[in-house]
Design a protein around this ligand. Structure first.
Ligand code: PMP
Length: 391
């Protein structure tokens, strides 16, 4: 059978096979990006579901508009103020998680061979979603303040065909890094100069453990070129599959056309339940609880890393979100560490797959949100031992 050319770009990775081993119950896994399930508000959702079905069961089970459920979009618009910008219902499209917003972004902006610029490393799910449009990826290095703007400018000056910039400025997946305000402003200046759309992916911004939430890229956007992607996956629960795209009307209309063809609309009942939850309960109080638990887990992981990892290993200290990122000496591949760690029943994700153009095998990502503190301590101690043996 002959498949479309795009299928050549989409291949199963050998890491997925290894990660299947990480699902055994005895494994201490820092591999996934999963929120802590014990914190999901199940009791509240039982009440919410009952209220939705009793008060508006017929509408909740019916088709709804492509844009999404208007009261929910109103509430999302309000919530965006904490990211430093104002928006309106007309500028919000509800999607099936922000992953769908990523898929749509590629379909709206990329033809085969077009360049998409991303951070090096970048979110694997975005890389894979974009690959279906067969673009060229140009990675821009990052430092402690985010993407290096001189490197970005050099690419914009020298390469034609750049069509889209994709970034995760807050607690990046996988690196845990957050951009400084100067870098945010400079990115917008460059995007304006080169007339480019910027996809700002922000699933983790609310999960800030210390300090103030910085203004998003969208807050500096005076020309309507930032497309902001949000989600309730990390602040509420991923199983609801509710995310959103925020953009100026002419851009959002394109996303709406793609959404009609993709799935008509996101689940009516899930949107109404999400809306009802926001009406009946205090999501920000729930987020405060998540922050307490995740901050402790981050602290335990960072202390254990300091105690157990060899001294020639570097890592990020994340101020929020779910991940830290480890860089080993260049001659050590995380893919070689992985089977040895699995023998000790510890798992992580080797970093190589987060670089669309390959390389950087001496890196790996650790997630701290999904394991209790005692297991984090034990897992990092075991991993430290494996690393020391390999050096
Ligand atoms: N963007 C980033 C950076 C992510 O880490 C994730 C989830 N891991 C997503 C988007 C997609 O999340 P969802 O579709 O659940 O909203």
């Amino acid at each position: 059978m002959k498949f479309a050319k795009r299928m050549d770009y989409l291949k199963a990775s050998e890491i997925r096979e290894l990660l299947k081993l990480a699902e055994r119950p005895e494994v201490i896994s820092f591999a996934g990006g999963l929120p802590a399930p014990e914190l999901f508000p199940t009791e509240e959702l039982i009440k919410v579901s009952e209220a939705v079905l009793r008060e508006s069961g017929r509408q909740a089970l019916q088709y709804g508009p492509t844009d999404g459920f208007t009261p929910l979009r109103e509430k999302i618009a309000k919530r965006m103020e904490k990211f430093g910008f104002k928006t309106a219902v007309e500028n919000i499209l509800i999607t099936s998680g922000s992953q769908q917003g990523l898929d749509f972004s590629a379909r709206v902006f990329l033809n085969e061979g077009d360049i998409v610029i991303c951070e090096s490393p970048s979110y694997l799910g975005a890389i894979n979603a974009f690959k279906a449009s067969m673009p060229e990826f140009v990675e821009i290095a990052t430092d402690a303040e985010g993407m290096i703007m001189e490197d970005l400018e050099e690419v914009l000056k020298t390469r034609e065909n750049v069509k889209m910039i994709y970034v995760i400025p807050d607690f990046q997946n996988p690196s845990g890094k957050t951009w400084s305000i100067e870098r945010r402003k400079r990115l917008i200046e460059l995007a304006n100069e080169y007339d480019l759309p910027v996809i700002e992916d922000n699933p983790y911004g609310d999960l800030r453990f210390e300090g103030e939430i910085p203004p998003s890229l969208k807050a500096f956007d005076t020309e309507g070129r930032v497309i902001f992607l949000g989600t309730f996956s990390k602040t509420f629960c991923p199983g609801m599959r509710i995310g959103w795209v925020i953009a100026d009307a002419p851009i959002l209309q394109k996303y709406n056309f793609i959404k009609q063809g993709a799935d008509l609309q996101s689940s009516t009942i899930a949107q109404r339940e999400m809306d009802k939850f926001l009406e009946m309960y205090d999501l920000d109080a729930h987020i405060e609880n998540l922050i307490k638990v995740y901050r402790n887990r981050r602290d335990v992981m960072m202390e254990a890393i300091k105690e157990h990892f060899p001294s020639n290993v570097s890592y990020t200290y994340p101020e929020g979100g779910l991940f830290t990122w480890v860089v080993l000496p260049e001659n050590i591949s995380a893919r070689d560490v992985m089977p040895k760690a699995l023998e000790q029943n510890v798992a992580f994700v080797p970093g190589g797959s987060f670089f669309p153009n390959g390389g950087h095998e001496n890196t790996f990502r650790l997630n701290y949100s999904n394991m209790p503190e005692d297991k984090i301590k034990e897992g990092i101690a075991r991993l430290g031992k494996v690393l020391k043996e390999m050096m």
